[in-house]
Design a protein around this ligand. Structure first.
Ligand code: 13P
Length: 247
């Protein structure tokens, strides 16, 4: 099965009602490559409105979800609430949530399990810090994040992996195509060895970290790069050029 190219836009905690409506309008009128799956992740407050205004061929993702069905969990959003609002995707394990909000590998895995088992697909993020890269620990670190995921998840069909080296996020310091390809290939090998060849062949592995309309084409040519998770550039009109980078 050929892996469909995937471009996600992670708005993080940015935008206003008006600026997000402008982004939606821009995407709605753009001619987008139908061979690329596109998903945008606005702040939670705007999910419902974005889903209502955005054309249906573009998916909508939350930036977090909780791993319980409902109840006394102030500030959290449930999987069924996402589905009820037409939101089919969620980003989990982003490094900002792992570091700033202290989410452990186990918490991320538990949320991923709960979401996928209840019908919401997950963009699951992993990646190393600059210190880990410089100490030669990149692959060991990512393997340990993947192992924590494997310990809880059995159905990988609803998971897209995003490799986001922390040192490349929001820094303008994009990984070289070789650096990205090398880690992507290692992740695929890990899946083949630890899960199955089928899952390794089918799972999309995205690159994230200072992706722009300028560097996306080069990165997209690498064999194991199946798309991008875009932060800052997803807020700009040039996001369309990233979505269309394979044309
Ligand atoms: O964290 C990211 C996407 O999830 C990447 O952010 P930037 O594209 O702004 O570097």
């Amino acid at each position: 099965m050929a892996r469909k190219f995937f471009v996600g836009g992670n708005f993080k905690m940015n935008g206003t009602l008006q600026s997000i409506k402008d982004i939606v309008e821009n995407l709605n009128k753009a001619q987008l490559d139908s061979n690329t799956e596109t998903v945008i992740a606005p702040p939670a407050l705007y999910l419902l409105q974005v889903r209502e205004l955005l054309k249906k061929e573009i998916g909508v993702a939350a930036q977090n979800v909780y791993d319980k069905p409902n109840g006394a969990f102030t500030g959290e959003i449930s999987v069924s609430q996402l589905k009820d609002s037409g939101v089919d995707w969620v980003i989990l394990g982003h490094s900002e949530r792992r570091t700033v909000l202290a989410e452990s590998d186990e918490t991320v895995a538990s949320k991923t399990k709960y979401a996928t088992e209840n019908g919401v697909s997950v963009i699951w993020c992993c990646g190393e810090s600059l210190e880990q890269r410089e100490a030669g620990q990149t692959l060991a670190h990512i393997a340990s994040q993947l192992a924590a995921l494997k310990a809880q998840v059995s159905d990988w069909s609803r998971i897209v992996i995003a490799y986001e080296p922390i040192w490349a996020i929001g820094t303008g310091k994009v990984a070289t195509t070789q650096q990205a390809q090398e880690v992507h290939a290692e992740i695929r090998q890990w899946l083949a060895k630890e899960v199955s060849q089928q899952v390794a062949d089918d799972t999309r592995i995205l690159y994230g970290g200072s992706v722009s309309e300028k560097n996306c084409k080069e990165l997209s040519k690498e064999k194991d790069i199946d798309g991008f998770l875009v932060g800052g550039a997803s807020l700009k009109p040039a996001f369309v050029d990233i979505i269309n980078c394979k044309l």
